[in-house]
Design a protein around this ligand. Structure first.
Ligand code: ATP
Ligand code: MG
Length: 594
């Protein structure tokens, strides 16, 4: 787990926040503008109702204090009731609309995030923790939706109430109002202090939450290794450390936020005392036009301002944490895919042509160069084999051919056509691949095979299963899912599913990366004869450690630390008596011994 970074001061409302908010508005809210205007109107009605209530109360009090007509009093009561009924109706309608708007916005935001995530290069997923991605797609979008749908709407309502009611109070008695708001600077200072600290802590909390989710994911997926190595204790500690960090950070956020309420309560106490004292003096003194009804109404007005003002303060307290969440979501868009279709990319090309690597440069990271000017030609329609020690770059060559990664220099062509001029989908569609690390989904074996070609007929799927020697298992297991990542299958069974997928894809170019390494020799021999039928007339590239399985290839390439050190037919390489011949001899002796 990474160490908690040192808190650093961030501006309360940065340029980046402004851009993010504008993005949120134009992407997800602007099209709902008519509805938002309706909401705003209803909120204005609510504010207006409060102002009317105050003025009615004042008249009602005067009726009681002065004229004493019961009929007038009844009228006042009815009007007050109607006013509050209207406010109640608005209180129902406003959330109905805003919740609908915000849930739809979250839905669309998730849809866009998913689409964007799918478009990203494989490299992104190899360096990003999955917990971080999950956190974005699940928790952060949800939090943002609640913020937009409830918090902002309520804040607007409260702000409108504060403005309208204060306006009314200022109009009634500016001197008394001014006395009342002397505490405002204090409240603003508190809010700034809180926002600042919340923003820092929230950022750390989001990071920790991602780490935590990632830890869970890793532990759950790696449970086999965890258990065999008896590392349950270590993993428990790791997760507990994460939860502990989250607890501390959330404490920090919420304890700071908890400062808001009491400081506001204290300031309201000040205000009430000032109003009662000052107002009382005004009533007693003949210099002011103020009576008992006026002062009571004014006090009521202050109460009505203070409650929403307090909620507004809370809202501003939570604003920074939501800006942080928004920023985290936005950051996914800073990632842009680099492997995309160029304008005018082609879909048609000679899939049977030679596959040529010319002066290919590539490295996963700048400090570890792998290929430095690699030249190779895989003849169209023939079987080529790549052999070499582990880590020499065999799988990487296949990744470059399929454009899971792009070369950093030089070029790769198929039938003379540079592959980066082709549509990515068309290029990848030209390959049947049995990858070294096989991905099995938690579904039936049948569905796992069909995954690569959903349009295939049942007969085709069965044929592929027969060819890959896995049909018996398909029959035996039926529709039973095979567990997460195929956990309920043996290594060889997974490999045969992958081979069946290659049979079912039946694309013109075949890439086999250690495709039969986990099979016993009898099964391998049976699959090999089926594979020979499959590879007939197709360009095939086989990667294998077991040299005997590639001895009959048309051409063998020997790779060593990213360099092509030998190439030729098996007999030629044996005759040259260099690296290949030595490896072959070593393996042969190994077999002879057993
Ligand atoms: N996704 C990756 N990110 C960073 N480095 C990588 C990545 N994949 C492979 N490498 C590094 O690149 C080098 C070549 O890896 P590659 O997988 O191509 O080897 P290989 O010849 O297929 O080995 P093996 O026989 O073990 O499958 C290795 O040093 C490896 O550590
Ligand atoms: Mg490999």
């Amino acid at each position: 787990m990474s160490k908690t970074p040192k808190p650093k001061r961030e501006p309360l409302y940065s340029e980046r926040d402004r851009i993010n908010l504008r993005w949120l508005w134009t992407q997800y809210l602007r099209k709902k503008a008519p509805w938002l205007i309706v909401v705003l109107l209803m909120i204005l009605v609510q504010g207006f109702v409060y102002q009317q209530f105050l003025s009615m109360t004042e008249s009602g009090l005067r009726v009681i204090f002065e004229s004493g007509s019961v009929a007038d009093l009844v009228t006042v009561c009815i009007v007050v009731f109607v006013l509050f009924a209207v406010r109640g109706l608005m209180s129902y309608l406003v959330p109905r609309i805003t919740i609908w708007v915000s849930n739809d916005a979250i839905y669309q935001m998730r849809r866009d995030l998913i689409a964007h995530m799918m478009s990203l290069d494989l490299a992104y997923f190899e360096r990003t923790k999955s917990g971080e991605i999950i956190q974005r797609l699940v928790g952060q979008t949800q939090a943002l939706g609640v913020f937009v749908g409830q918090a902002v709407a309520n804040a607007v309502r409260d702000a409108v109430t504060v403005i309208i009611v204060s306006g009314y109070l200022i109009w009634k008695n500016p001197i008394l109002f001014t006395t009342a708001v002397v505490v405002l600077p204090f409240i603003i200072w508190i809010m700034n202090y809180v926002s600042d600290r919340v923003k820092i802590a929230q950022g750390e909390a989001e990071t920790q939450m991602g780490e935590y989710m990632n830890g869970i994911e890793e532990t759950v997926n790696g449970m086999r290794t965890v258990k065999i190595a008896s590392q349950e204790g270590v993993e428990t500690d790791r997760l507990m450390q994460g939860t502990g960090a989250i607890r501390d950070l959330m404490n920090r956020v919420q304890v700071t936020q908890a400062l808001v309420m009491p400081s506001i309560d204290l300031s309201s106490a000040f205000v009430y005392v000032l109003v009662i004292g000052g107002g009382g003096y005004m009533v007693l003194s003949p210099n002011f036009d103020m009576d008992g009804a006026g002062i009571i109404t004014f006090l009521l007005g202050m109460v009505m301002v203070f409650d929403p003002a307090r909620l507004l303060a809370l809202f501003f307290g939570s604003l920074p944490s939501n800006l942080v969440v928004l920023e985290r979501i936005r950051r996914l868009y800073d990632e842009v895919p680099s492997i995309t279709d160029k304008p005018g990319a082609l879909t048609e090309f000679d899939t049977g042509g030679d596959i040529v690597l010319e002066d290919v440069h590539f490295s996963y990271s700048p400090d570890h160069p792998l290929f430095n000017g690699l030249d190779m030609t895989f003849k169209g329609g023939q079987v080529s084999a790549i052999v070499g020690s582990t880590g020499s770059g065999k799988t990487t060559i296949l990744s470059l051919l399929t454009r899971l990664y792009d070369t950093k220099g030089g070029r790769i062509t198929i039938g003379g056509q540079p592959i980066d001029q082709l549509k990515v989908g068309a290029l990848r569609g030209a390959y049947s691949v049995v990858a070294q690390d096989i991905v099995i989904f938690n579904n039936s074996i049948w569905e796992n095979i069909r995954y690569v070609n959903p349009g295939a007929t049942d007969a085709q799927v069965w044929q592929a299963a027969e060819d890959a020697e896995i049909a018996d298992l398909v029959r035996a297991r039926g529709n039973a899912p095979v567990g997460p990542k195929g956990a309920q299958l043996s290594g060889g069974q997974k490999q045969r599913i992958a081979i069946a997928r290659a049979f079912l894809t039946d694309a013109p170019i075949l890439l086999l990366d250690e495709a039969t390494s986990a099979l016993d020799q009898a099964t391998e021999a049976r699959i090999k004869s089926a594979l020979d039928r499959l590879t007939k007339g197709k360009t095939t590239i086989v990667v294998a450690h077991r040299l005997s399985s590639v001895a009959d290839a048309d051409r063998i390439f020997v790779l060593e630390a990213g360099q092509l050190v030998e190439e030729g037919r098996h007999e030629d390489l044996i005759r040259q008596n260099r690296l290949y011949a030595q490896l072959y001899q070593a393996q042969k002796q190994g077999y002879d011994k057993t």
